[in-house]
Design a protein around this ligand. Sequence first.
Ligand SMILES: [Zn+2]
Length: 438
Amino acid sequence: MAAEFQHTLGKAAGFSGTSLHTGEKVTLKLQPAPIDHGIKFKRKDLQEEPTIDAKIDNLKTVERATTIGEGSVRVHTVEHVLAALSAMGVDNAIVEMDANEPPIGDGSASAYVELIKRAGVVAQEASRRFFDAREPMHVESKAGSLLVLLPDDKFRISCTQAGPENRFTQFLSTEVTPAVFEREIAPARTFVYYEDVQPLIDKNLIKGGSLENAIVVRGESVLSKEPLRFRDEFVRHKMLDIIGDLALLGCRVRGHIVAVKPGHSTNAELVRAIAREQARSMAVAIKQPTLRGEGGLDTDELMQILPHRYPFLMVDRIISFEGDNKITGVKSVTINEPFFQGHFPGHPVMPGVLQVEAMAQVACILLFRLSKTSGRLGYFMSADQVKFRKPVLPGDTLFIHAELTKARGNRLARANCHCVVNDSVVSEGELMFAFLDK
Ligand SMILES: [Zn+2]
């Protein structure tokens, strides 16, 4: 799978149950949806059947469960169904409900996993969008929750859960794949501390709640209808909630989440932080002006200078010249680059040597400009001090900078080059060129 495709459901599938907070019967139906649709909730019980995008911008409250809304319409406790859709590989779907909350089931995500398997998961002809963690980022709360997102080529979660007075402290670390989710995470049920729910029961706020859909922890003892499914069921459920809340990002994350005592509010903070980072890097990618004429060269103009052609032309256009000795080129790196097919299957990374080639091509254009005045041509001779600092991934915009430094004895020229993605240097090198008379 050189390119990961978007997926939706093969067909519609639904089931009925009780909603946790109102205690009413609710029917939930998952429907297939087109490319780039994302996950949307549809309130079938309301006039005009409004839909709500499962996006962080629509997050309303994170008290006990995750609630999203648009206008006056709300959907509560979306995290378990979102976790199942996301972890089972569904990118596009409509979640239809005839109430403001999905059926709680047994407090786990197993019922949703079964439903998704019944509907089937099918590939669509568009590539999946990812957020790739490049720098560590973290959020924390005064109450002691901490979430860190670290670079990783897989999606993993390492989670520590601890109850009041550190009762039931549990730790689990795993890569999250559909198989791992179905077997290890989805069956983990919601748990509550008796001291937290007693006031809610008194206020009649959790009408559908019972020992059938949640585990109640009272002191050192565990009250539930069915025995614990895992010795460390609580930390597994915390991971389930993280996956569900993270789905509000609207794209997949490649990275390692290290979570200490996570909760819906810190989960949401992390999603917001990722969304901000995503918006920032997109702004950096598009804010660079396209200069024409003296300021830059478009693809046609640079192909009149460089003999390279697809798939070996490593620069899309030149965006600026600075004096006689500086140049900046740009290349949009897409998932369609032929080298991603084999470098590497399932883990596309732009080969470093092709970044050196991009530097050489950009530097060549500068040398060509000089040769017009000197009547000589520059040839790529050697590369020194080459360093690859960060991976270049599909979706990146590569800014290729070259600066001509010494021209030794008028026969050799040296260019200091570096490539930049999202304001950080991803590769660099010193390239030598020899001048030969035409
Ligand atoms: Zn939960």
